[in-house]
Design a protein around this ligand. Structure first.
Ligand code: SF4
Length: 356
């Protein structure tokens, strides 16, 4: 892989599902990339397609009824063209996933240490003793105190935060270059959430991983993201560096997400209205039915082409395109209600339910 090539490069990703009501398009022509050592957050409400987009990368969605098209290049290899056995080697090895609910991902009949050791032996030809030693080391590295004695404990003997630490340890068994984390802190209280985010940050430095982080919670995004991709109804609305997006959100949807945050004067609730039916999305901009700035031009054709509004920041909205007027949607006064120019630094704020 050449050094100027992203670790992960996703182009025109489209994921559909066959349902009794016809074809549902969950992800519709989405592009994004992740570099080594950077954290990219995909953010959006429940139903925006962010989880399906990340699960399409290594095709962990059930196929059929799912169907994935487009290009997913990982370290120069086209993942979507690989046969399932090759993809399985990459999953959990070079690309690891962690999910929202560690409870469901663990087997409650086996000790935590045994489960990590078994995962290790699936990926590496090591003895039982070596697997145990490495499992204890991983438990120690993710902050489980007295790791050696906790090896023989069962999942129910761990707290929610400890279980998520164990899941992170399991994700690290293959020394992944890319970690895909889907709402990994949503089920945790704010204090434990902050600890897990700090742990991921430290492990990223240690392992030089790229992290693709899925969340509905912009408070979390503010703490960990280098870049943000804002998705709505299967499309990308806006993308850019974390400071650009928080200080100067260009898309009305991004602005509304931020305005829900207490730091921006919101109540922590969601945006009024609902996402469009993915079986029959509206013409034009997907956000038009909920957008206070929608005009006739917003309701014809496809999703507006992304326009660069600042270096690295691009937005899909007619008001930034030819003949448009960005001042219609872009307020010079956008910023945290408390005057904190650095934007939110965390908390339990969110933009909606997390069951994407
Ligand atoms: S294109 Fe129109 S509907 Fe979409 S965000 Fe811009 S103003 Fe709103």
């Amino acid at each position: 892989m050449s050094s100027d090539q992203p670790l992960l490069e996703v182009e025109d990703l489209t994921t559909t599902f066959s349902t009794d009501d016809g074809t549902l398009t969950a992800v519709d022509g989405v592009d994004f990339s992740v570099d080594t050592g950077e954290t990219v957050c995909i953010v959006g409400e429940s139903g925006s397609g962010k989880t399906v987009a990340t699960e399409s990368i290594t095709k962990i969605i059930k196929t059929p009824p799912g169907h994935v098209e487009g290009s997913v290049r990982y370290e120069g290899r086209d993942l979507l063209s690989l046969p399932e056995p090759k993809l399985r080697e990459i999953r959990g090895n070079e690309i690891a996933h962690i999910f929202q609910n560690p409870q469901e991902a663990m087997n409650h009949c086996y000790t935590v240490g045994w489960q990590i050791a078994e995962a290790l032996q699936i990926h590496q030809d090591v003895s039982d003793e070596a697997a145990r030693a490495k499992a204890v080391d991983l438990l120690d590295r993710v902050g489980i105190a007295n790791a050696s004695s906790r090896f023989d404990d069962y999942p129910h003997e761990f707290s929610g935060g400890q279980k998520q630490r164990v899941m992170i340890a399991m994700a690290l068994v293959g020394d992944p270059d890319l970690l895909i984390a889907d709402e990994p802190t949503t089920a945790l209280d704010v204090t434990v959430q902050a600890q897990i985010l700090k742990l991921l940050d430290e492990l990223q430095d240690e392992f030089d991983m790229g992290i693709l982080f899925v969340t509905h919670d912009l408070g979390v995004v503010a703490q960990i993201a280098d870049r943000i991709v804002v998705m709505y109804a299967g499309k990308v609305m806006e993308r850019g560096g974390v400071l650009d997006i928080f200080d100067n959100p260009a898309h009305p949807y991004t602005q509304q997400l931020l305005e829900c945050l207490p730091e921006f004067g919101g109540t922590g609730g969601g945006i009024p209205g609902t996402l469009p039916d993915p079986h029959d999305p509206p013409d034009g901009c997907r956000f038009a039915p909920r957008c206070e700035y929608a005009e006739e031009a917003c309701r014809t054709g496809g999703q507006p082409e992304e326009i660069e509004v600042a270096p690295g920041q691009r937005v899909s909205c007619v008001h930034y395109g030819p003949g448009g007027s960005p001042s219609v949607v872009r307020s010079e006064e956008f910023g945290p209600a408390n005057g904190d120019e650095t934007g939110p630094t965390g908390g339990e704020s969110g933009v909606g339910p997390a069951d994407d």
